[in-house]
Design a protein around this ligand. Structure first.
Ligand code: ADP
Ligand code: ADP
Ligand code: MG
Length: 461
């Protein structure tokens, strides 16, 4: 490949352009009118406008993206995450235009994009799945029967769900029918597909996911990431390796993930997500057929550049890694710094970055698209930067994260930095005592208020 179009924006567009530059491949950025001054546009070799600010008319508009690729002479398209990354129809149209989609085949995206079908394929491949409906539910009555079998509480999930949306916990039979109608209507509105499936609701699970690379025949795994610190099913802090996974469990998780990838002839980087109960049993929940937001923590401990790996695999290269080549080194933590106000229920807070200072020093990486003077547009997601650290041990990584968070200055918009300081400095985080419900219990508010007073110089400290 000589020239690749990056069909995305924000930090991930910048991340992909870095990889292309290091591989000697030219990059083509696309941008909406809201992003004319964005960093990915400035960094790319070429840039093409694809429409007005709403994503539906720009970053999600297949034909404008493909027209931009053809007009710019790009041979391939990297979709990043979000937007068109898990859209099988887009991947197919890209191929029909004689372009390469840097990701898995459209068939693999379709198989994993239907979450009920994905579970069926995994069950048949011998991967443990959460007990629940064998496929999409035909009615509330069927949901009730299956719920009786697996036992309450249960979770209704959208077959087409994603991004932490379209899920509903049902604690007793009397609630089920109404929950079914509401969840189905919500799924229809959000995903254009009202079909639901049902799972046993695992109380206080951990979210543990395994990174895989496949070449269509063979796959390897690159260890797990711990992503239990979530807000409304959206990850906020991730780390690798998981503090609760020992080598034996890692081997079993990794083997299950490799079986999952090989069962569908997976080609590219992908993530197999599991939830783990308090007894250490793990169950497949879904596979994400794209680069993941939290991929850097895996890169930090394996030394493998996952974006370059995606590009090489899309060019048809055979997998160059054997399982025994992959060694895990040290510990890495990532926090998602969002333009959100943690004191106002994480409400988005777009605006101008008046002052910016990024932390540095040993073991610190910042993946970001912001610069001083940049105006964060209100149209897209609120991620400003990912702060990633690496240390020899978890405790070194944790201390390094705290000192880097304390050094990070972003003025002009409210950010989640004080929130992250409150979590990372807590005893619970230090002891790795958390599950996906951790943030519902964690009292961050007072500490965040105190930190904001300190920054303003009102606290006398
Ligand atoms: P990851 O799974 O990579 O850890 P997220 O779950 O936050 O990260 O999803 C990555 C990005 O993709 C986010 O910006 C999220 O809002 C977006 N996203 C994921 N799934 C969907 C979807 N089905 N529809 C719209 N946006 C989605
Ligand atoms: P999405 O496609 O939106 O990422 P997932 O199926 O990956 O949806 O689930 C997102 C999150 O919801 C998980 O990380 C976990 O916190 C929670 N979750 C999913 N399934 C279950 C379950 N059966 N029991 C308890 N929590 C669950
Ligand atoms: Mg998920």
């Amino acid at each position: 490949m000589k020239r690749v179009l990056v069909a995305n924006r924000g930090e991930i567009a910048v991340r992909v352009i870095y990889a292309l530059r290091e591989m000697g491949i030219e990059s083509v950025a696309v941008y909406s009118d809201a992003d004319a001054e964005a960093l990915h546009v400035k960094l790319a070799d070429y840039a093409m406008r694809v429409g007005p600010p709403p994503a539906s008319e720009s970053y999600l508009n297949y034909y404008r993206i493909i027209a931009a690729a053809e007009a710019s002479g790009a041979e391939a398209i990297h979709p990043g995450y979000g937007f068109l990354a898990e859209n099988a129809e887009f991947a197919r149209i890209v191929e029909e235009h004689g372009l390469t989609f840097i990701g898995p085949s459209p068939e693999a995206i379709t198989q994993m994009g239907d979450k009920a079908l994905a579970k069926k394929i995994m069950r048949e491949a011998g991967v443990p799945v959460v007990p629940g409906s064998p496929g999409p539910l035909s009615s509330a009555g069927e949901a009730k029967e299956i719920a009786e079998e697996v036992g309450y509480p249960v979770l209704l999930k959208a077959v087409a769900g994603g991004g932490g949306r379209g899920m509903r916990v049902v604690r007793e039979p009397a609630e089920l029918e109404r929950a079914f109608e509401m969840a189905s209507a919500e799924a229809q509105a959000a995903f254009g597909d009202g079909r639901l499936y049902l799972e046993k609701f695992i109380e206080r699970p951990r979210h543990i996911e395994v990174q895989v690379l496949g070449d269509g025949e063979r796959a390897v795994h690159l260890g797990e990431r711990e992503c239990s610190i979530q807000r409304r099913h959206q990850k906020l802090i991730e780390e690798a390796p998981s503090p609760v996974v020992n080598p034996g469990l890692r081997k079993r998780l990794g083997e299950a993930a490799v079986r999952a990838a090989e069962a569908i002839g997976y080609r590219s980087a992908g993530t197999v997500e599991f939830i783990m109960d308090q007894e250490g049993n793990f169950y497949f929940i879904e596979m994400n057929t794209r680069i993941q937001v939290e991929h850097p923590v895996t890169e930090m401990i394996t030394g493998v550049d996952l974006v370059k790996a995606q590009i090489r695999l899309a060019q048809g290269e055979r997998l160059w890694l054997k399982q025994e080549d992959i060694a895990l080194n040290g510990h890495s933590i990532e926090v998602r710094i969002n333009a959100e106000d943690p004191l106002r229920d994480f409400a988005p807070n777009p605006g101008k970055i008046e002052v910016l200072h990024k932390p540095g020093g040993p073991g610190v990486r910042v993946d970001s698209h912001i610069y001083q003077g940049y105006v964060v547009p209100p149209h897209y997601d609120s991620l400003l930067a990912k702060l990633i650290v690496h240390g020899e041990t978890r405790e070194e990584a944790r201390a390094r994260m705290l000192r880097a968070l304390e050094e990070f200055v972003i003025e002009g918009v409210k950010t989640t930095i004080p929130f992250h300081i409150s979590v990372v400095s807590s005893e619970e985080f230090a002891q790795a005592e958390f599950d996906t419900k951790f943030l519902e219990r964690f009292p961050y508010r007072e500490r965040v208020e105190e930190l904001i007073r300190e920054v303003r110089g009102e606290g006398g400290g």
